[in-house]
Design a binder for this molecule. Structure first.
Ligand code: SF4
Ligand code: SF4
Length: 496
């Protein structure tokens, strides 16, 4: 356990009094030269960095009308101030969304508005200097790009976009974050965030097949690089080894097995996560997206399905076609891409899966809506599908389900505290404190409804909860994958 005080869980959320600069020390490790250069950024702070940073800011603002509107339209109404989990958990006023935006906006004003150029003090404009970069590095790595603040802003100002722009500018001048950038480099060269080469992946999948057979007596395949399969499954690499992720992967395999669907994983595109989004880098996002396209073409699949991962689904749902499309070679009867929950939900609707929800009777479940699914994308062909579909899959798999309070779920969901490229041990204090609002909501349903487990639909949320639940007096294995519940409930060996 790192040295800091875990916040106390209260029976209802409280807006804390501000403590200026209390989280200024929180910064992730800076990426070294080789990590930076591998993904196309300068290895260290470049000589003329101020001018390059100002120019990059201008380029980003010119290329994105949304970013310009976000920077120009805040009226300081204060509606967002108490909506960020990092402010609620840390008390640092720079973690109020409007204050975080102003770290960027004040520099934008100085160079890109008339008033800022001539009367900087009057409009709170600041020069781009070392102090700015230090502050940016700290506080733009205290935003998980969850977009909760934008839901409550009357103008829809999205701090996540500003945070991505700030990180992109910092990368451009040679100040990158080790955790994200190292992972991006690994995924681009090996195909997944873990750096798992094909033989290790094949070995892992073989081991999982043996485990399933031992447990159920049924041979369920985990196919890899099978040409001519109908479905290419793109899943976060955490699904191959981490708990409870791997139980979710077993669940996907059982669903495909019982429905008699032909599917495969790819050793070339063995990662759903796309950390390029966290650093706002279109170019880096595109490299991974193109691997998925190449794998689909090479294997000759008809459909692409994504496993349980929040930001990966956002990249897939919102950007995959722009980054690597058109996907006109796939079967046009299926949406591109599809989420594994959509596949399972559809099969459940058609009674194609034999389920025994009593298999999960040892658990009382609640569900954590992941930010990137709740506020950054959608599922199914009806409004709010991203809220309904995962819950319907859970309810078909268990008999005891209770939602957390309404102001902490669906569109109002609180971040797990580790999203947006912050799931690293050098930010553990931030992660623990940022999880406070979610932990308070969880405690309410634990105390009042006997909830024992928290189901999640995102690889990052699952890892984050496994780590931080014990800080709040819960057990690390109280978090489960949605398809882990499906896996427990599905009755193999019956009709196909
Ligand atoms: S996007 Fe999320 S983490 Fe970032 S400022 Fe808004 S509420 Fe906070
Ligand atoms: S809610 Fe929107 S307009 Fe109001 S202070 Fe926050 S960012 Fe500015």
């Amino acid at each position: 356990m790192a040295e800091f005080d875990t916040p106390t869980l209260k029976p209802y959320p409280e807006i804390p009094p501000i403590e200026i600069g209390v989280m200024a020390h929180s910064k992730p490790y800076v990426a070294k030269e080789d990590i930076q250069q591998k993904i196309g950024f300068p290895g260290e702070l470049i000589d003329n960095w101020q001018q390059v940073a100002i120019d990059k800011m201008g380029e980003l603002v010119n290329n994105s009308r949304a970013l310009r509107v976000f920077l120009d339209s805040c009226v300081k109404c204060g509606a967002c101030t108490d909506k960020c989990h990092y402010y609620l958990g840390t008390s640092d006023p720079n973690n109020m969304p409007v204050a975080r935006q102003d770290l960027f906006r004040s520099v934008y004003r100085r160079y890109y508005t008339l008033a800022g150029k001539y009367f900087p003090r009057l409009v709170g404009a600041r020069d781009m200097d070392q102090g700015v970069i230090d502050e940016w590095y700290s506080y733009f790595h205290q935003c998980s790009q969850c977009r909760r603040c934008s839901v409550y802003c009357p103008y829809g100002i999205d701090t996540a976009e500003i945070s991505m722009a700030a990180r992109e500018i910092m990368d451009t001048i040679g100040v990158g974050q080790k955790y994200c950038n190292e992972i991006i480099g690994k995924a681009q060269t090996i195909g997944n965030n873990l750096g798992l080469p094909e033989p290790a992946l094949a070995d892992t999948l073989e081991g999982l097949e043996e485990d399933i057979e031992e447990e159920t007596g049924v041979t369920v395949r985990m196919p890899l690089d099978v040409k001519g399969a109908d479905i290419l499954l793109i899943t976060p690499s955490a699904d191959f080894f981490a708990e409870p992720h791997v139980d979710g992967l077993i669940g996907y395999a059982k669903v495909f097995h019982q429905a008699g669907m032909s599917w495969t994983l790819s050793s070339y595109a063995s990662e759903a996560a796309n950390f390029g989004m966290f650093i706002g880098s279109y170019e880096n996002m595109q490299v991974l997206a193109l691997r998925i396209r190449e794998a689909a073409l090479e294997l000759g699949v008809k459909r692409i399905v994504f496993g349980e991962c929040g930001h990966a689904w956002r990249v897939a749902y919102n950007f995959l076609n722009t980054l690597a499309g058109p996907f006109d070679f796939l079967d046009s009867r299926y949406p591109m891409p599809q989420h594994i929950c959509e596949v399972t939900y559809d099969l459940l609707q058609r009674n194609a899966l034999k389920m025994d929800p009593s298999a999960n009777d040892d658990m009382v479940l609640t569900f954590h809506d992941s930010c990137n699914i709740a506020r950054g994308s959608r599922m199914g062909d009806f409004e709010g599908g991203q809220f309904v579909i995962p819950r319907e899959v859970i309810k078909a798999s268990c008999n005891h389900f209770v939602d957390m309070p309404a102001d902490t779920t669906q569109e109002a969901t609180f971040c797990c505290g580790g999203g947006g490229g912050l799931l690293t041990d050098d930010l553990v204090e931030l992660r623990v404190k940022g999880a406070l609002p979610r932990m308070e909501a969880l405690k309410q349903v634990v105390d009042h409804h006997g909830v024992t487990h928290l189901a999640a639909i995102c690889a990052i949320c699952k890892s984050q909860f496994s780590k931080i639940l014990p800080y709040y007096g819960f057990e690390m294995d109280q978090v489960v994958s949605i398809h882990q519940l499906v896996s427990n409930a599905i009755q193999l060996g019956g009709e196909q």
